[in-house]
Design a protein around this ligand. Structure first.
Ligand code: ATP
Ligand code: MG
Length: 360
């Protein structure tokens, strides 16, 4: 079977402002019915990328393809209104003088009856049918957002570009609207390119995450892979707090408080950083001055003294100081685990959950 054609494809998109490159050789794809999240810190070039796809900003180089057809390079340029692209941005302002129904019907063509049917269908899907005749000022923020979503989807865009569309909402509302939005877009088979700077939002929504930094895409993949096989230390740190254990390679091994780590192919003398998320540390009790036995999967346990422990909602965060070199390390434990400062415990790190990177 031939490879499926991406609904949206960006190839080597680059854009500079006043000599500063803010979008740097960005290539990515979105398949029909899938969500690709452009995730990255503030100022890394996410919105600029989205504006280029929408056609309201022009790239300096690179091409954009929709369903295998070139819509924009540095010569050809299909205008924004002919790109079959829906937009939903943070300031999703509805037209204040139009009712909910009129807002949703705004971009629609066809007979009055057809338009009405489509408006009702969508308002029903976002659970806003009962407010069809209301005006925007009579709606809560979340209700306005749902109307904005219905308005964006109504003309059946084949691609939806969303720029932090949920950031104005409180957490509780946001989860519901996010999930609703996703199911409507999936049902319609829309390809979604969603911009966010929140890893949780990206993990929750995305089929693919494109992690962006300083205008570059650092890494792309399924959320599970981006989380569990980060490209570098910064990529790991973007998703959660991390512990960094430093070491130096001797004979393809590096010696740490947790025993030896393999560093195959890394030259002697290279400084490395072993990165591990707090949730992947294992804690064990002190057995009269001794810890648990070393294992191949967890290595050697390291003796550590509790400095501080706090309950932070779903889990507890325990901060330790390692006997080995006095360095600090933190671990999270599900539920409540609050050992007193000064308590001696033993820590182990799962070899399959840590990442060894050359020190930068
Ligand atoms: N029209 C412009 N002229 C000059 N500089 C611009 C222009 N548009 C964007 N920039 C700069 O490009 C960089 C990237 O901006 P962009 O809006 O794409 O970031 P972002 O990743 O969306 O950030 P945020 O998460 O804060 O929205 C910023 O430093 C911004 O100041
Ligand atoms: Mg932005």
């Amino acid at each position: 079977m031939p490879d499926p054609v991406p609904r949206l494809k960006l190839e080597h998109i680059t854009r500079s402002f006043a000599g500063r490159t803010v979008v740097d050789d960005v290539s990515l794809e979105v398949m029909p019915g899938e969500v690709t999240c452009l995730l990255g810190p503030s100022g890394c070039g996410k919105s600029t990328t989205l504006r280029i796809v929408a056609g309201v900003e022009m790239q300096d180089s690179g091409c954009i393809w929709v369903d295998g057809e070139l819509i924009c390079d540095t010569v050809l340029r299909v205008p924004p209104e002919r790109r079959s692209i829906g937009l939903m941005f943070q300031d999703f302002a509805l037209f204040p003088h139009l009712s909910v129904a009129e807002n949703v019907a705004f971009g629609l063509t066809g007979s009055k009856a057809d338009k009405r049917a489509r408006v009702e269908e969508l308002l029903d899907r976002v659970d806003m049918l009962r407010l069809i005749d209301a005006f925007p000022h009579e709606l809560s923020g979340g209700e306005q957002q749902r109307v904005a979503l219905a308005r964006a989807i109504a003309p059946r865009p084949s691609i939806m570009l969303m720029d932090e569309p949920f950031s104005g909402l409180d957490n509780r509302l946001r989860d519901g609207i996010r999930d609703e939005t996703l199911s409507v877009l999936k049902e319609e088979g829309t390809a979604v390119l969603l911009v966010t700077h929140e890893p949780e939002e990206a993990m929750r929504m995305a089929d693919r995450i494109a992690l962006m930094r300083n205008g570059h895409i650092v890494q792309q993949g399924a959320p599970y892979n981006v989380f569990n096989a980060p490209a570098d230390k910064e990529a790991a740190a973007f998703f959660s707090d991390i512990n960094v254990i430093e070491g130096t390679v001797r004979g393809a091994l590096t010696e740490t408080a947790f025993g030896q780590f393999l560093a195959p192919g890394v030259p002697d003398g290279t400084e490395v950083e072993i990165v591990i998320r707090p949730q992947h540390l294992r804690i064990d009790f002190d057995r009269n001055g001794r810890g648990p036995n070393p294992t191949p999967s967890d290595g050697t346990p390291a003796r550590a003294v509790v400095e501080r422990s706090r309950f932070i909602g779903k889990e507890s965060l325990v901060e330790f100081r390692l006997d080995y070199d006095g360095s600090r390390i933190s671990a999270t434990v599900p539920n409540v685990f609050l050992p007193k400062p000064g308590t001696v415990l033993w820590l182990m790190i799962r070899r399959d959950r840590c990442f060894v990177f050359p020190r930068t």
